[in-house]
Design a protein around this ligand. Structure first.
Ligand SMILES: [Fe+2]
Length: 271
């Protein structure tokens, strides 16, 4: 029942969950679906993280950690906080990141993070213009869950428009987002996702206008050491990385999945 209430609160866009002394955080993430904390990590902290990851990557069999979809090549190392002490110290144990996570979920104690990964993304071999958005799962907009999902993106290098910035449709986590036809289409997707329909949360390029306004899309660009906090209950995607460029980040996820959701997932007959 608590899960249902939480989901309903989120869908309605309740602001009761974020009571804090950081009015900016409250204002931004509850309205825009994201919040940028500039220079959360110092240049020294970033370089010790990068040095440690570079050492680690020399020792691992990288082929096991690469995924490629022709448009992007991604080196992803899961549980990086268990392999690199500096990630544990400066990211997972960061009091600021933990405080923001607890405020996000409206709890006193920071929730346990579900994932922490290192990700290095480079461009793939195929032209972006021929990408098929229905087949590729990284180049088109989608939402992760039909309820609040917390993700922090720690920038290890500067990201601008050519480094494949994360893009989010501001405000689209709210049940009140968009025109009525756009809302109804999203509610239908929520419903389908709860029932377990595969890929129902994705939006084909040709359909985007039916779900959101292009003017609401924001590219999250910033400097090394900045951290973006995002609610991926909003529409979002990782954009293409230009040739000879790369995007280097650490992801911290917290789904805070409730009991009801776990049961629904377990008994879903559609997946
Ligand atoms: Fe996603």
């Amino acid at each position: 029942m608590r899960g249902l209430i939480d989901m309903a609160n989120h869908l309605i866009g309740s602001s009761t969950v974020i009571q804090n002394n950081g009015g900016v955080y409250h204002e931004e993430i509850s309205k825009k679906s994201f919040y940028l904390q500039k220079s959360l990590l110092s240049p020294q902290e970033i370089s010790s993280i990068r040095d440690e990851i570079q050492d680690l990557c020399q020792d691992i069999d990288k082929t096991k950690f690469y995924t490629s979809n022709d448009y992007n090549n991604v080196l992803r190392v899961a549980d990086i906080h268990e392999k690199c002490l500096s990630v544990k110290k400066y990211v997972i144990q960061s009091s600021q990141i933990n405080t923001i996570a607890s405020k996000f979920f409206g709890v006193d104690k920071a929730p346990k993070f579900d994932k922490c990964s290192y990700e290095l993304k480079t461009s793939g071999s195929r032209d972006r213009d021929i990408a098929d958005p229905l087949k590729e799962n990284v180049v088109h907009f989608h939402f992760d869950r039909s309820y609040r999902v917390f993700k922090a993106i720690v920038l290890l290098k500067d990201i601008d428009s050519v480094n494949g910035p994360f893009q989010i449709v501001k405000g689209s986590h709210l049940i009140s987002y968009g025109s009525w036809p756009q809302r109804l289409k999203k509610y239908l997707k929520y419903f389908q996702q709860i029932l377990g329909f595969k890929n129902c949360h994705k939006i084909a390029w040709s359909e985007e206008k039916k779900y959101f306004d292009k003017s609401d899309v924001v590219s999250l660009t910033g400097k090394a050491g900045d951290v973006f906090f995002v609610n991926t209950g909003a529409y979002h995607r990782g954009s293409f990385v230009d040739k000879d460029r790369e995007r280097e980040v650490i992801w911290v996820y917290c789904y805070n999945e409730n009991f009801l959701k776990k049961i629904l997932k377990r008994f879903s007959i559609f997946k």
